[in-house]
Design a binder for this molecule. Structure first.
Ligand code: SAH
Length: 218
C-alpha cells in the first residue's frame, strides 16, 4: 500500500505515543511495553490497520503489534486507532522494514503472525523481498513460540504458490489451506476483512489463505 506522501505524516508518526520504531532494539521488552504478559500477535504490512484493530477489539486478552514501513500509511492506522470507539490498550504500531524483525522480538516473544496481502514482488530477481521467502520464514521461526503459526491471505496465486513451496522446503507444516476463502465455511468463520481483501472481493477475485505452523525444533 503506497499513499502519496502526506505532508506531516513523518512527524505525526514519530510523535505518536503508541508508535514505536527500530531505532532501539526492543527484543524482550514487549511485556513491559504493554504492561502485560498476554500473548503477542504480529501483523507485518498492516497497512491502515483495519485487521489489526478489529482483532485487538475482538481479543482484548492478547496484545497486537502492527508493523508498517510507510509513514503516510501508518498515520492513517494511528488516526484510526485514535478514533476507535472503544479504547484499545492492547495495540502498538512499529514503524520499520520487516527485514530486521528478528532484532525487535526475542525468541518465543510472538505467538502468531499475520501476513495479509503482502506485496507480490512478481519479478524473480525480487523474490527475496517477498515476506514469505525462506529468509523471512527463518526470521519468523526465530521469534515465534514453539508451535507458533503464520496466517497468510492473498489474492495473488503466484505468491500463494511460492509461499507454499518456501514453507514446505523450510519444514513448516501446512495446517489449513483454501483457494477461495469466502466460500470455505470452516476457514472463513470469524474472518476479519482487510482493506485489500474488501477491494479484491468487490472485484470478484477469490482470496487464498494458508495457515502454517513452524517446524518443530527436535
Ligand atoms: N495488510 C493490508 C495492507 C496490504 S498492502 C491489507 O490487507 O489491506 C502491503 C503492506 O505491507 C503495505 O502497506 C506495505 O507498505 C507493507 N510492507 C510491505 N513490505 C514491508 C516490509 N518489508 N516491512 C514493513 N511493511 C511492509
Amino acid at each position: 500500500m503506497r499513499l502519496r506522501n502526506i505532508p506531516g505524516a513523518e512527524e505525526f508518526v514519530a510523535a505518536h505515543p503508541l508508535c514505536l520504531n527500530d531505532e532501539v532494539p526492543l527484543a524482550g521488552q514487549w511485556a513491559e511495553i504493554f504492561e502485560s504478559d498476554a500473548p503477542v500477535e504480529l501483523e507485518i504490512g498492516c497497512g491502515k490497520g483495519q485487521f489489526l484493530l478489529t482483532m485487538a477489539e475482538r481479543c482484548p486478552d492478547h496484545n497486537f503489534v502492527g508493523v508498517e514501513m510507510f509513514d503516510s500509511v501508518l498515520m492513517r492506522a494511528l488516526q484510526r486507532l485514535d478514533a476507535w470507539e472503544v479504547p484499545l490498550s492492547n495495540v502498538r504500531f512499529l514503524r520499520m522494514n520487516a527485514e530486521h524483525i528478528d532484532t525487535m522480538f526475542a525468541p518465543g516473544e510472538v505467538t502468531r503472525l499475520y501476513l495479509n496481502f503482502s506485496d507480490p514482488w512478481p519479478k524473480e530477481r525480487h523474490a527475496k523481498r517477498r515476506l514469505t521467502s525462506a529468509r523471512y520464514l527463518s526470521r519468523y521461526d526465530h521469534i515465534l513460540i514453539p508451535g507458533g503459526g503464520i496466517e497468510c491471505k492473498t489474492d495473488n496465486r503466484d505468491l500463494f504458490r511460492f509461499s507454499l513451496e518456501q514453507a514446505e522446503e523450510a519444514g513448516w507444516n501446512l495446517v489449513a489451506c483454501t483457494c477461495d476463502l469466502h466460500y470455505d465455511e470452516e476457514m472463513s468463520a470469524g474472518n476479519i476483512m482487510t482493506e485489500y481483501e474488501e477491494r479484491f472481493t468487490k472485484e470478484g477475485k477469490p482470496i487464498f489463505k494458508m495457515i502454517l505452523s513452524k517446524p518443530s525444533s527436535d
